[in-house]
Write a protein that binds this ligand. Structure first.
Ligand code: GRF
Length: 203
């Protein structure tokens, strides 16, 4: 059986990078046949940069300059990402909305992870907002999804995978966050593994 070249991933982060770490671990265990070519962060102090460094992955810090518009930043970000010739651009804890100035360079190749179910709690603080809705008695289940990012819709692209996460009566916000992040780590890796194997299937 012909061995396929590894899928080339560029991962965008803004903070802790626990989802990046899940991807690094999955590659090191052989579960994910991919290579993280570079990690790019808009935040200089993102702990995920340490995680990439420890794994020997090249990092780029691209902070937004004061007078820079979203379009200008996104064009610069696209140029940086293109240099690595990615098969997939994975937004793992990336906290900026991307304009078409970025997205148009990677059609159907940008994958985002969001800690909520499709059509619920788009944008930031999704877990806290779900927890508040739970405290109001409005929901008892939230979830996680992985979706494509074809346009500027926030956390609203075609869903690749989703899974429900129960909110339990005694849960604190931290309990829910821990359960959601564990679910994210699993869902993101499993979804990328499927994407990569599907891609290899028809190559
Ligand atoms: C996660 O909930 C992610 O989905 C959101 O930011 C949180 C932290 O992600 N965008 P990470 O630990 O930086 O991967």
């Amino acid at each position: 059986m012909m061995s396929h070249p590894k899928a080339r991933l560029v991962v965008l982060i803004s903070g802790n990078g626990s989802n990046l770490q899940a991807m690094i671990d999955a590659i090191q265990s052989g579960k994910m046949k991919a290579e993280i070519i570079a990690v790019i962060s808009n935040k200089r102090d993102a702990y995920g940069l340490e995680r990439a460094g420890k794994a020997g992955i090249p990092v780029v810090v691209l902070p937004v300059m004061k007078e820079q518009t979203r379009e200008e930043y996104d064009a610069q970000l696209a140029q940086t990402v293109q240099r690595y010739v990615p098969d997939w651009v994975v937004l793992a804890g990336w906290m900026r909305i991307l304009s078409m100035n970025f997205l148009r360079h990677f059609p159907n190749r940008v994958v985002n992870l969001h800690p909520a179910l499709p059509g619920t709690f788009p944008g930031t603080h999704a877990i806290e907002r779900a927890y508040e809705a739970f405290q109001q008695g409005e929901i008892s289940t939230t979830g996680v999804m992985v979706h494509l990012v074809p346009d500027e819709g926030v956390d609203a692209g075609p869903v690749l995978a989703q899974t429900q996460v129960k909110i339990l009566p005694g849960d604190t916000l931290e309990d829910l966050e821990t359960r959601i992040h564990q679910t994210e780590h699993r869902l993101l890796v499993d979804t990328l593994v499927q994407l990569i194997s599907k891609e290899n299937a028809h190559v």
